[in-house]
Ligand binder design. Structure first.
Ligand code: NAD
Length: 499
């Protein structure tokens, strides 16, 4: 049966009014499981009005009480964990264990946001002048919005709404229209946890509602995660409208493999980071850069049999290494990149284009693909494929290898594998990329650090989660006060100084 989804506005489920809907597919079978309403400016205006009306009282609620709603939310999330993980796996396509990880990495940011009474503390200077004290405070922005991608439908919405709401804002979430069920489930749990009506709204839709968010004068900040062209558009239009915007985009994450690295460990790391979640992670490794021909030969020799025997399967198969990709179009796109790589002259070591799973013929499967002798002028090197495709680019020496991720237009994540501390330290200091792993293939910082890529992987100044999220979702007010108020120094026409 095709389920009818809804928006979540003012603490209640609301039917779509625009008359436009999009089908939701189950990637492992290709069947339609639900349809999602695509909002217009009307639903968005309704959500913003609800948010705006509710926000002042929420901002005035003491931070510990706000944190308690998030604590209760965590309890409810633990209660419904398996139900949500299964829905996530079915709608996104990732395997059930990986779906659990998606929820887990999101709830860790909720745990961080529970520290909000501490995180919001300002500064104080007693006696900054005669009878003068000075202090700063962090105040919420008001109504803020998050626009999120399909690939982490639990984690990224929580990265956005938990710190924003903890800081006293009201939040409008526009999740991906390809897998919106989990974000809706999360919103429902937030209300069951005691969130006042209107503080978290989920408005489903596509470009039409995104544009309405970008133009709405009452939305003060937008956090976006998705592809680079859309991220750049969101940043440009949102900031032109006077909003604070952070927009995180695509990636091409390199792993450098030095001749002294433990190649068995490297092979394990590359198999997991290259093919986990069918490569649909912004921190997936898609380029391996072995240094020296000997290292390259030994690495490819280790990788090839393992890629050949990767098990792609339905999301519900607990033994599958990874599941289908998100849509039929995306499956075709990934396969077309394999065609392009062959035409460009890369060596196709393992071809994953022909996968047929009995009983799942309608699903969107691509098997593991391994290319060797990829060069920097090839499209398969330059562009984000977002599929289970790993390219080996052979580098003659460390300096050449270091220049590859540094010169690439994307700068999300990067890793180096070596036993040499000097090289690792030099690499971490010099590489022009935002998140670095040393013998760690997917260096996603923990909740209390910040997450964000450089160059065309991130637009805006402040990162996601960690201390930057508090800065992003608040504005600083600085107060200069004089007590006792009666000290008189006469009228002065000169700027006050401490001279
Ligand atoms: P996407 O850019 O297609 O969609 C992201 C969001 O933008 C969705 O909510 C979508 O509805 C909206 N959108 C799509 N087209 C739009 C348009 N023309 N105008 C306005 N809004 C539009 O991205 P996706 O396919 O959902 O996600 C995959 C991408 O996200 C990859 O590029 C991946 O690298 C990136 N990603 C980046 C990070 C990061 O932190 N840097 C994390 C996860 C995913």
């Amino acid at each position: 049966m095709v389920e009818k989804l809804y928006h979540f506005i003012g603490g209640a489920r609301v039917e779509g009014k625009s008359g436009r809907f999009a089908p939701i597919f189950t990637p492992m079978t290709g069947e339609i499981s639900a349809e999602v309403p695509l909002a217009s400016t009307v639903e968005l205006a309704e959500a913003v009005a609800n948010a705006k009306a509710a926000q002042p009282a929420w901002a005035a609620t003491n931070p510990q009480k706000r944190a308690r709603v998030l604590m209760k939310f965590l309890e409810l999330l633990a209660r419904d964990f398996e139900k949500i993980a299964l829905k996530l796996a079915l709608e996104h396509g990732k395997t059930l264990p990986d779906a659990r990880g998606d929820i887990q990495r999101g709830l860790e940011v909720v745990e961080f946001a529970i520290g909000i009474p501490h995180l919001l503390k300002g500064e104080y200077t007693e006696g900054a002048g005669p009878g003068i004290d000075m202090y700063s405070m962090r105040q919420p922005l008001g109504v803020v919005a998050g626009i999120t991608p399909f690939n982490f439908p639990a984690m990224i919405p929580m990265w956005k709404f938990a710190p924003a709401i903890a800081c006293g804002n009201a939040f409008i979430l526009k999740p991906s229209e390809r897998d919106p069920s989990v974000p809706l489930m999360l919103a429902e749990l937030m209300y069951e946890a005691g969130l006042p009506k209107g503080i978290l709204n989920v408005v489903n839709g596509d470009k039409e509602v995104v544009d309405a968010i970008l133009d709405h004068p009452d939305i003060k900040a937008i956090g976006f995660v998705g592809s680079t062209p859309i991220g750049e558009y969101i940043f440009t239009r949102g900031t032109a409208n006077g909003k604070r915007v952070q927009a995180f985009g695509g990636a091409k994450n390199h792993a450098l493999i030095m001749p002294d690295a433990d190649l068995d460990m490297v092979a394990d790391a590359l198999i997991g980071a290259g093919y986990g979640s069918a490569g649909e992670r912004c921190m997936a490794i898609s380029v391996a850069v072995p240094v020296g021909e000997k290292t390259a030969d030994a690495l490819v020799e280790r990788l090839a049999p393992r890629v050949r025997t990767l098990r792609v399967g339905p999301s519900t198969d607990e033994k599958a290494d990874f599941g289908p990709v998100i849509t039929r179009q995306h499956m075709e796109k990934v396969k077309s990149y394999v065609d392009i790589g062959v035409q460009e002259g890369a060596e196709l070591v393992v071809d994953g284009r022909d996968v047929n799973l009995q009983g799942y013929e309608g699903g969107y499967y691509v098997g593991g693909v391994l290319f060797d002798r990829v060069t920097t002028n090839m499209r398969i090197y330059k562009e984000e494929i977002f599929g289970p495709v790993l390219s080996v680019v052979r580098a003659p020496d460390y300096e050449t290898a270091l220049s590859l991720p540094s010169d690439h237009e994307y700068g999300n994540g990067v890793a180096i594998f070596t036993r040499d501390g000097d090289t690792a330290r030099d690499f971490a200091a010099r590489v022009d990329v935002g998140m670095v792993g040393i013998n760690v293939p997917i260096p996603v910082p923990l909740a209390y650090y910040t997450f964000g890529g450089w160059k065309r992987s991130g637009f805006g100044d402040l990162n996601q989660h960690g201390p930057d999220s508090i800065r992003f979702y608040t504005k600083t007010k600085t107060v200069t006060s004089r007590w006792p108020s009666g000290i008189r120094s006469g009228a002065s026409f000169v700027i006050p100084t401490m001279g």
